[in-house]
Design a protein around this ligand. Sequence first.
Ligand code: HXC
Length: 510
Amino acid sequence: MREMLEKLERRREKARLAGGEKRMAAQHARGKLTARERIELLLDHGSFEEFDMFVEHRSTDFGMDAQKIPGDGVVTGWGTVNGRAVFVFSKDFTVFGGSLSEAHAQKIIKVQDMAVRMRAPIVGIFDAGGARIQEGVAALGGYGEVFKRNVLASGVIPQISLIMGPCAGGDVYSPAMTDFIFMVRDTSYMFVTGPDVVKTVTNETVTAEDLGGARIHTTKSSIADGAWENDVEALLQVRRLIDFLPACNTSGVPEWPCTDNVDRLDYSLDTLAPESANQPYDMKELVRKVADDGDFFELQESFAKNILTGFVRIDGRPVGIVANQPMVLAGVLDADASRKAARFVRFCDCFEIPIVTFVDVPGFLPGTAQEYGGLIKHGAKLLYAYSEATVPLLTVITRKAFGGAYDVMASKHVGADLNYAWPTAQIAVMGAKGAVEIIFRQDLGDPALIAARTKEYEDHFMSPFIAAERGYIDEVIMPNATRRRIARGLAMLRVKRTERPWRKHDNIPL
Ligand code: HXC
């Protein structure tokens, strides 16, 4: 028996050595952790249960029969994050560059299927060069199986991708179909084809960083939802994110003990919105002051900064936040902001996470760049996402809610349950200056008359009361009581039920 146990331990040791000490040292020298070290940091200490440690590829071409490494380039299994079950696969760059063989794909598929059966989130850690070139179509087929499962799991369990090395081919397309992608600055890249292929095909010279580094994907392409300085920080932040997420679409949000006072009043909010409508203020201040302990997990922080998206907790229960940011482009809705917020609203709706929307929006951004870039279609995505959402929707208009953007930003008309406004709110088709120049065009030559007309328009429309008189605003609230009003509203909405007619699926403008 002892001999058998020792043999098992030796086999385990060999599998843990993966691509060998030299390649592991190279991994560390690049500032990266190994596949197993990453899992250890992601999961609660000692909770990891590994599957398929001894799986090997079955390829015989190109001398591969002489190169077999137990585990075949991916470490899979499950464990817990703050006590809640999470499935995980972690690509091992030290084994054939983490590339995906048929056997490697079977290991991933096993944990994908188990995660769906157990209705638990799955985290994929990517550090890999795509399909294993030596295996040809067997590897491509393996990816197809993984992709299909990404789609079948979408909206059932949260899927999170962490990009922690140079990733290409299938190792970017699988993450692209998950809910969140996070990267590590300076050590991770995402591209369908790398700089060498780009040079060959288009004669373009570009570095890996400029083609698909974290800066590009968090600021330009919006492929990544966030990036962090190193592996350790990224893994700890993903643990933090998981605490906000439900296990699946029917589990309900996790409830954590709330150490913050739900009835906390914050008198600094009474002066947050400046008197001049043209003066900016930081909407993040409101988000943080409303959140439990000021904790805001922001997503896509560096992209379309004119809108904020992310998670907070209110009374210990996770809530999705969408908020116009007057500090950037006056909080206007453009194509990028609309797309960013629409995807977030849909995530929250899939997983029964209530959404709180803070509104200060001067409208949609005019101009050829926006119209040619499909503003109509992208703006429609956000309008569509809010209109189809059945989760509790609570909206607070802090200042401007102009034009179509008033309708779009979770207005009563598209289905919000509770609509509050601060006394500083201004709800109108457009700002006073633009409105007067159109409806009193004949008076433009008379500045005194125009000033009087502008004042008349402001007095009539630039308040929340016309909307409140019609019931479009449920109540005009004290800014200092915003947290308490939201907490009470969300508590009431917990039992919300909405029926929709049967359909196969909707047809959101893509
Ligand atoms: C087999 C691979 C591999 C692959 C890397 N390796 N990619 N082996 N199949 N796809 C091996 C290398 O041979 C090397 O082995 C080790 O991994 C490390 O690779 P390096 O090139 O030395 O590392 P680095 O310079 O950091 O470059 C990493 C890389 C590059 C950018 C990922 O390796 C690369 O471009 N690989 C190919 C990417 C690719 O085109 N994949 C196919 C995509 S098609 P040794 O023994 O020397 O350590 C695809 C289809 C999916 O995925 C369908 C999509 C819809």
